[in-house]
Design a protein around this ligand. Structure first.
Ligand code: GSH
Length: 213
């Protein structure tokens, strides 16, 4: 497909919000131009301000408009490439996929703050706070229920890859980075297997190569 837009993203090691739409676009086979912005630099805010009206990245830029939010970008990608089925086909499954994507987008603040994404780091021994423990239990519950109720057609939450997987992909990297044993959070095996399915995606490996650079 012809290159249609630019996606402004942060450092691949750290920018979990950037990973979500980047991964959805890659899995959907949508071509785009990557515009990297270095985070944690003295001029980071000025660099982001050149691209993003919200002062946050990711931001998708195309012609006369910008889309500055990860979930809104994913929705746009789903409309650009309907054949990629970035949302589940069944209306009920699609509604659940939207609910769990929105829950990720709006929640899990403790997990995100205490166990931030650091793609290639391996950090043992960090003890989660009670709020983070609750967040991890909830993620495990969401993953196990989706796999059980909707996952028969493939290894992802709704079988085939959807935006819900893109939204939770950074969490899978955190579980690996911090060596969290999901069995201690109610997993009977489905969440650990799902983590491996996400991390095994070739597009996740491509992101990882960028993070290593
Ligand atoms: N709700 C936004 C959150 C985006 C966000 O917080 N992005 C971070 C980077 S991952 C950011 O731009 N931080 C600004 C900074 O570091 O100066 C989304 O879903 O896209």
């Amino acid at each position: 497909m012809e290159e249609e837009f630019a996606l402004v993203i942060g450092d691949k090691a750290w920018s979990s919000w950037s990973l979500r739409p980047w991964l959805a676009a890659k899995v959907a086979g949508i071509a785009f131009r990557e515009v990297p912005v270095r985070l944690r630099q003295p001029d980071t805010a000025a660099q982001i301000a050149q691209h993003s009206p919200s002062q946050h990245i990711p931001v998708l830029k195309r012609g006369g408009f910008a889309v500055w939010d990860s979930l809104a970008i994913c929705e746009y990608l789903a409309e650009l490439a309907p054949e990629a089925r970035l949302w589940p086909e069944d209306a009920g499954a699609r509604a659940v996929a939207r609910a769990i994507s929105a829950e990720m987008h709006a929640g899990f603040q403790a997990l995100r703050a205490e166990f931030s994404m650091d793609f290639h780091a391996r950090i043992g021994g960090r003890i989660p706070s009670e709020q983070t423990r609750a967040d991890i239990r909830r993620v495990v519950q969401i993953w196990c229920e989706a796999r059980q109720n909707f996952g028969a057609g493939g290894p992802f939450l709704f079988g085939a890859f959807t935006i819900a997987d893109a939204m939770y992909a950074p969490v899978a990297t955190r579980f690996r980075t911090y060596g969290l044993d999901l069995a201690a959070f109610g997993d009977t095996g489905a969440a650990a297997a799902y983590t491996q399915a996400i991390l095994g995606l070739p597009q996740m490996q491509e992101w990882g190569e960028g993070a290593a650079r």
